[in-house]
Design a protein around this ligand. Sequence first.
Ligand code: 4NP
Length: 174
Amino acid sequence: MGTLARGERGGKALTCYQALGMARAKVLGVVMKILFVCLGNICRSPSAEGVFRGLAPDVDTDSAGTAGWHVGKPPYGPMQDAALARGYDFSDLRARQFSAVDFERFDLIIGMDAENIANIEVLRPVGNKTEVRLFTDYAPGSGKSEVPDPYYTRDFDGALDLIEACARGLKATL
Ligand code: 4NP
């Protein structure tokens, strides 16, 4: 990921994408940066990244976990197996921990559940205005308010169904 170009709006530092606005940024070829966040960064957020990057290859994507337990590890095997069966290969991804600098690197940060959002928000730098949203906000028809964690539920296909719906909804907003 390149260095940040910054603008100013209301005295706050903005990423280049935010400063330009979506329409002008697209015309100028500025790439939007989206970060997907879950707890361990081995099930839901790498799946979200893997699904979304297939839908929107022009967006710069990344994922992270609020916990650091699995830093450096590839996505969880059973999660990868379920995703591969649908044609998503994200074996290249490696877990990393979310940190405060991510607020300045990304235009949009997307959490998988309310606990993720709370753990993201405690690290928000003073004055930072980066948008943080729940992934399920982009799939209102699903009736879900979080992506259930398949590490615990073992429902990897159910998680992927919801992640696909959220990813399609997110893509439709860009
Ligand atoms: P994720 O799932 O947040 O979707 O990556 C988890 C993976 C591992 C653990 C918890 C959640 N863990 O406790 O190791």
